[in-house]
Design a protein around this ligand. Structure first.
Ligand code: ATP
Ligand code: MG
Length: 263
């Protein structure tokens, strides 16, 4: 299964990606986490790993990517640019084909980072989006393997079509008006492309639970993660999330049951 985690900035995407990855790995699944966020540096810390080299460098770096894109767009019309065919390589990959030097590993989890913005004026993150999309489209996932894709904030990745190669989407919703509003938009976009969509409420407490549930009552809410002091403290210190939350266990179970291969 390839599961993409999305939501508003700061809603808890990386936190839930890490906790889910750890929970699924502890069930004996082989987990590949893909960091597609070009800006943030929290995910590898939450997983207790070093940040691996940008996977984009495997293809010669960002300039090389831009060259490939320019070649692609040279004869393209608007319809072609909007289509889902922008693949910058054709090769198919299994977990074991991914180049070792671009992976960090710990406790049954592999981490691959598409690429980060490093320098002033280096250009936009489009090549990273295209690489993430192509990799997901071309990644074979065997039984007992799970891919968890942590995304950048908002819905730009929907615009780029990164979701195309995923089986399911988990949207993280925190207690804010923007997050609740965005949930409706994500639901519509996910259904529009025929993807399974789940919602998880995050940072839930007695004051916000009822209002959040009421606001999302038409959506497929499969879990609620409480506001947790240890999660918050680890996030502030940039420490590994080495804790077990029963709510994450049941969320992982719910998602795995939703994937037909685990029925
Ligand atoms: N359940 C929770 N309880 C307490 N704090 C939380 C919880 N979930 C996330 N946080 C905190 O909220 C902040 C944002 O979390 P996180 O970085 O996972 O969000 P994100 O959606 O990945 O953000 P970004 O959009 O910047 O990538 C962090 O400080 C994190 O520790
Ligand atoms: Mg994040």
């Amino acid at each position: 299964m390839k599961l993409l985690i999305c939501g508003k900035g700061g809603s808890g995407k990386s936190t839930i990606s890490s906790l889910l990855a750890k929970s699924m790995a502890s069930k004996g699944l082989d987990v590949l986490v893909i960091d597609t966020d070009e800006s943030n540096y929290g995910l590898h810390r939450q997983l207790g790993m070093e940040l691996p080299d940008d996977f984009m460098n495997f293809f010669g770096g960002k300039r090389e990517m831009i060259k490939r894109l320019m070649k692609f767009f040279k004869n393209a019309d608007v319809e072609k640019m909007e289509s889902e065919t922008i693949n910058i390589f054709d090769q198919r990959w299994g977990f074991n084909d991914l180049p070792e030097e671009y992976l960090a590993k710990k406790d049954g989890i592999r981490l691959l980072a598409i690429g980060k913005i490093h320098d002033f004026g280096e250009g936009c993150a489009c090549p990273m989006g295209v690489l993430a999309k192509t990799l997901l489209n071309n990644l074979n996932v065997a039984e007992k393997e799970v891919v968890i894709v942590d995304t950048d904030a908002g819905v730009e990745h929907f615009g780029r079509g990164v979701e195309h190669g995923c089986d399911a989407i988990l949207a993280v919703v925190d207690p804010s008006y923007e997050s609740l509003k965005l949930a409706g938009k994500i639901d519509g976009m996910a259904k529009g492309i025929g993807k399974k969509i789940y919602f998880v409420l995050n940072k839930v407490d007695d004051d916000n639970r009822a209002m959040m549930l009421e606001s999302l009552d038409q959506l497929n809410v499969v879990g609620m993660i409480p506001a947790n002091r240890d999660v918050f403290r680890a996030g502030l210190a940039g420490e590994e999330l080495d804790l077990h939350l029963p709510e994450i266990e049941s969320l992982a179970g719910e998602i795995l049951r939703g994937d037909s291969r685990w029925h």
